[in-house]
Design a protein around this ligand. Structure first.
Ligand SMILES: NC(=O)c1ccc[n+]([C@@H]2O[C@H](COP(=O)([O-])OP(=O)(O)OC[C@H]3O[C@@H](n4cnc5c(N)ncnc54)[C@H](O)[C@@H]3O)[C@@H](O)[C@H]2O)c1
Length: 331
């Protein structure tokens, strides 16, 4: 079976991908430096079936060392700083990890007989949509608005350049907003669930009318695996679910499932550069690779709520780090 090197495999989406790849019999090598967002707990079910390197992708020599030892056939690159709010507070680490880290991986991959390099980008690279009937296609011009999305757009463009210039077999995937079990509790959906469970005020940016397209994390991991197996070299694939919701609608759905009052909703000052709407056209992955996400939004949310209720101990471990972060956001 092929040797798949997964960067960011201890993160939220990466860990779901690692579990699926192991299930399918791939030999998986995880490279992750374990930032605040990385956690091997997510991989406990497959810990005996993977190889793990606690390695920082911003260190070219260390990346070279891992490639030298493992000689991977395929690279799936998830590792990133991934939280928009943090990128507004501390942009430098986003440039370092997302741009320089991706550059290092592409540069080292060029020296090895890599069959495929799957570069995980994001729908946020397209910027925002204003008209309800519009959708981003793979051809839409990139207009990122936050330090996070511009660092991801840079990484996305580096992937393109390495394909065009060096014929490195890069394929780019642009997933929409993910949610599901094991998401770090700083992100929108876990925040709502956890605040609601504790009857605390639920902060919603601006007027709550911002719209996002939500994909269940397992579906996203399956989509990435499909691209890895069937995707065409040099191509870009949008990976969305079509489940587009206003933020306020997401909050109300969660409150309703939990039987909590809408009085918990508290509107807070909007974040700077907050994109109004993202929505992708994902016909290409559907038609060309026959991939469609399976999980309806409400079903995915129910599974996510169940996870947080059953794993409060895991959430508690993150509380200290989160407290410092939220203090900075509201300073
Ligand atoms: N979560 C989403 O909604 C979403 C949507 C679209 C695209 N993406 C992209 O998918 C990828 C994974 O997102 P996620 O939500 O799982 O992120 P995450 O923050 O949960 O995980 C990122 C992982 O990368 C690791 N990492 C960070 N810096 C590193 C470094 N210098 N060296 C090695 N490892 C490092 C972290 O330890 C962590 O395990 C990212 O590239 C992100 O931009 C995420």
């Amino acid at each position: 079976m092929k040797r798949v090197l997964v960067t960011g495999g201890a993160g939220f989406i990466g860990s779901w991908f690692v579990k699926l790849a192991v299930e399918k019999g791939y030999k998986v090598i995880v490279v992750d430096t374990l930032t605040y967002a990385g956690d091997l707990e997510r991989l406990k079910d497959v810990q005996n079936n993977i190889k793990f390197y606690k390695t920082d992708i911003t260190d070219l020599n260390l990346v070279e060392e891992v490639f030298g030892k493992e000689n991977p056939d395929i690279v799936v690159h998830f590792a990133a700083e991934s939280h928009v709010d943090r990128s507004i507070l501390e942009p430098a680490i986003f440039i370092k990890t997302n741009v320089e880290g991706t550059f290092n991986l592409l540069e080292v991959s060029r020296k090895y007989p890599i069959e495929k390099f799957i570069n995980i980008s994001t729908d946020e690279v397209y910027g925002e949509l204003e008209n309800l009937e519009d959708q981003f296609t793979e051809e839409t011009c990139l207009k990122p608005n936050s330090p996070y999305s511009s660092s991801k757009a840079s990484a996305d463009m580096l992937g393109r350049a390495y394909y065009k210039t060096y014929k490195l077999p890069v394929i780019t995937v642009r997933p929409s907003n993910n949610y599901g079990p094991w998401q770090y509790p700083e992100k929108f959906i876990p925040v709502i669930i956890l605040k609601a469970l504790q009857n605390q005020p639920i902060p919603v940016y601006g007027n709550g009318k911002n719209r996002r397209e939500w994909i269940f994390v397992r579906d996203c991991a399956e989509g990435v695996l499909t691209v890895m197996e069937k995707g065409k070299i040099g191509e870009i694939y949008n990976l969305g679910s079509g489940e587009e919701k206003e933020n306020i609608e997401v909050v109300k759905t969660i409150l309703e499932i939990l039987g909590k009052s809408e009085d918990l909703i508290t509107f807070v000052k909007d974040r700077p550069g907050h994109d109004l709407r993202y929505r992708m056209n994902s016909e290409k992955i559907k038609k060309e690779l026959e991939f469609t996400p399976k999980t309806a939004f409400e079903e995915g949310i129910r599974q996510t709520i169940k996870f947080y209720i059953e794993n409060m101990e895991w959430v508690k471990q993150k509380e200290e780090e989160l407290k410092t972060f939220w203090q900075k956001v509201y300073e």
